[in-house]
Design a protein around this ligand. Structure first.
Ligand code: KG4
Ligand code: ZN
Length: 335
């Protein structure tokens, strides 16, 4: 069955056709990043307006590129949560209208479940159960994927998400938005042992994350250097900071794997594109005889193929939305 996926939760308008949850027929992503860069971050109202302008063309292009007519589609899957409410509403309302006019079933998809499903597209052999590190701009979760539609959160961030931590530190260093991507590139050329940064820990919650102290340490370091007129080695600071964040992500994720006995590990969300995170987890999984699944780079960021993939499994589980479907800014991946 072919599912049409629609995604508009943040600053990417996307549509895709995916067959049986695994094979991408088409995937179209219209990024707004150039329009938000001047503001140093996503401006919600501008995002909503740009989604409205783009969505019809993006869905049409996904159908054209996939060489399918709407009557060959079996269901419409749409991201309904979490994200920017005005942005989500554009996709949700468009999908509702399309479902109503075509008579196709409408399937609501949680954005983070979609990120997890990006691994089903990259690795056709991957099936639950597995443990997934979900690291995006707004969330950092360690998730037990018990089944395609049964997920349990074992650990989460207490403050900043991993992507947010990268973006905020990058911003403090004067690196333009979206900073996380750029920081990762610059870090490749720096000495990661040059700056000593704290090791984040959450007392009494060994599977939780905390990144705000690390970010503050970088801000203070820059401030002190500025006051004393001392130069900052930006590539080395990027590299040291990336090392600290990645070690924290990997240490805790592997601890969760030890505790649960998981042998299959996956990573999902925008930060899964991070070069050091990919290398570090590959090294540690190899050393402990675990299987590691990583999404292909074009599937790490927001896209609609992952929504169509998860939508297929939600459809099989009987999940449907009616004309009263609403968008939710916040909702647990477990719900
Ligand atoms: O999943 P995503 O595309 O959007 C959300 O659902 O939030 O994640 C975006 C986040 C941003 O914070 C971005 O800076 C971060 O992912 N990101 C990276 C890298 N690529 C994207 N962070 C570190 N290294 C990267 N290579
Ligand atoms: Zn995302």
């Amino acid at each position: 069955m072919i599912v049409l996926g629609i995604e508009s939760s943040c600053d990417e308008t996307a549509a895709a056709l995916v067959e049986d949850g695994r094979k991408i027929c088409s995937s179209v992503v219209a990024s707004q990043v150039d329009r938000h860069r001047v503001f140093g971050g996503v401006v919600p109202e501008i995002a909503s307006r740009l989604h409205s302008e783009a969505i019809v063309g993006v869905v049409r292009e996904a159908l054209d590129q996939g060489g399918r007519a709407l009557r060959e589609v079996g269901a419409i899957a749409v991201t309904y949560a979490p994200g920017l409410i005005g942005a989500l509403l554009v996709g949700v309302n468009f999908a509702k209208g399309l479902a109503l006019s075509s008579g196709l079933p409408l399937v609501p998809v949680h954005h983070l479940r979609g990120h997890v499903a990006s691994n089903y597209l990259t690795s056709p052999g991957l099936e639950p159960p597995f443990l997934c590190l979900v690291v995006s701009g707004g969330h950092s979760h360690i998730v037990q994927v018990e089944d395609y539609t049964r997920l349990r959160v074992l650990g989460r961030t207490r403050d900043d998400a991993a992507g947010e931590a990268f973006d905020k530190a990058a911003r403090a260093m004067g690196i333009p938005y979206p900073g996380g991507v750029e920081l990762d590139k610059i870090a490749e050329t720096g000495d990661e042992t040059a700056y000593k940064l704290p090791k984040p820990k959450v007392a009494g919650a060994p599977l939780d994350y905390s990144f705000s102290g690390l970010k503050t340490a970088v801000v203070n370091l820059l401030h002190n250097a500025g006051q004393k007129g001392q130069p900052v080695d930006v590539p080395a600071l990027c590299a040291s900071y990336r090392r600290a964040v990645v070690d924290s992500l990997a240490d805790t994720f592997l601890k969760a794997a030890d505790q649960t006995g998981a042998r299959k590990l996956a990573v999902a969300g925008g930060v899964s594109a991070n070069r050091l995170l990919r290398r570090e987890l590959a090294k540690r999984c190899h050393a402990t005889g675990r299987e590691l699944y990583l999404p292909d780079l074009p599937l790490c960021g927001d896209n609609a193929a992952m929504i169509a993939s998860q939508g297929y499994y939600e459809f099989l589980a009987g999940n449907r939305a009616g004309s009263s479907l609403n968008a939710c800014a916040q909702r647990s991946i477990e719900a």
